[in-house]
Design a protein around this ligand. Structure first.
Ligand SMILES: Nc1nc2c(ncn2[C@@H]2O[C@H](COP(=O)(O)OP(=O)(O)OP(=O)(O)O)[C@@H](O)[C@H]2O)c(=O)[nH]1
Ligand SMILES: [Mg+2]
Length: 194
């Protein structure tokens, strides 16, 4: 296996969903174990960053280790990522949101094969869309941690603003559907219909 660790973020407020997204079943499997199962195909080490690990204790999450954030002081995905990154010992990190029901093993494995071609100067390898980078389904070099901590310590909380400062390589995406983001009850409904 390539030198890669996965970090899965499961600490959002799910305010649009109205209930914890990580626990919503899609075809019988809740979103959190679904995404961890896909990540498992390319790494032996998966960190789940969350303020409430007890909520997920009953789920089948092999090879996953919880990293607990302070429940009374969550500060969004960028800070959650930094907390996970502090534990990482591999050269590359795959960062994943928990709400990506369409990400497939074959796609992920194809991306991982391409990591060797990412020039050294790039701190990340991410899909780009017209609005900016897709920060929560892509790869980062673990050496970006000090850059990330500097940005956070200066009050930064935006992935887009942080990434603007550094070279990032574009990860090609053949089917945009892969990154479908399940944020609302309507999104869940749409998955059931299709
Ligand atoms: N660990 C951690 N994960 C977070 C935090 N904020 C968001 N996330 C995760 O980041 C991913 C993308 O977040 P969103 O889709 O915006 O989810 P959300 O914030 O739960 O949802 P809304 O409240 O509806 O915006 C999801 O996997 C969230 O669980 C945080 O403070 N800590
Ligand atoms: Mg989302």
């Amino acid at each position: 296996m390539i030198n890669l660790t996965a970090i899965v973020l499961a600490g959002g407020k799910s305010s649009r969903m109205g209930e914890d997204k990580a626990l919503i079943p899609i075809q019988g499997i809740p979103l959190l174990p679904r995404i961890c199962n896909v990540a498992k195909s390319c790494t032996d080490t998966i960190y789940i960053v969350t303020p409430w690990p007890e909520r997920y204790q009953h789920l089948p999450l092999p090879r996953c280790e919880f990293i607990q954030e302070n429940p009374s002081d969550t500060q969004g995905p960028l800070v959650g990522f930094a907390q996970g990154l502090e534990k990482v010992k591999t050269e590359w990190v795959l960062l994943l949101a928990c709400d990506l029901p369409n990400l497939r093993v074959e796609v992920l494995q194809d991306w991982v094969k391409r990591l060797d071609s990412v020039e050294e100067e790039n701190i990340a390898y991410l899909v780009k869309n017209p609005q900016g980078w897709e920060p929560l389904c892509g790869f980062y070099r673990s050496r970006c941690l000090p850059l990330l901590l500097d940005f956070i310590n200066q009050g930064g909380r935006s992935f887009q603003k942080w990434l603007k400062q550094y070279p990032v390589k574009v990860l090609p995406l053949s089917e945009p559907d892969i990154l479908f983001n399940c944020n609302t009850p309507e999104d869940v409904q749409q998955l059931l219909v299709n």
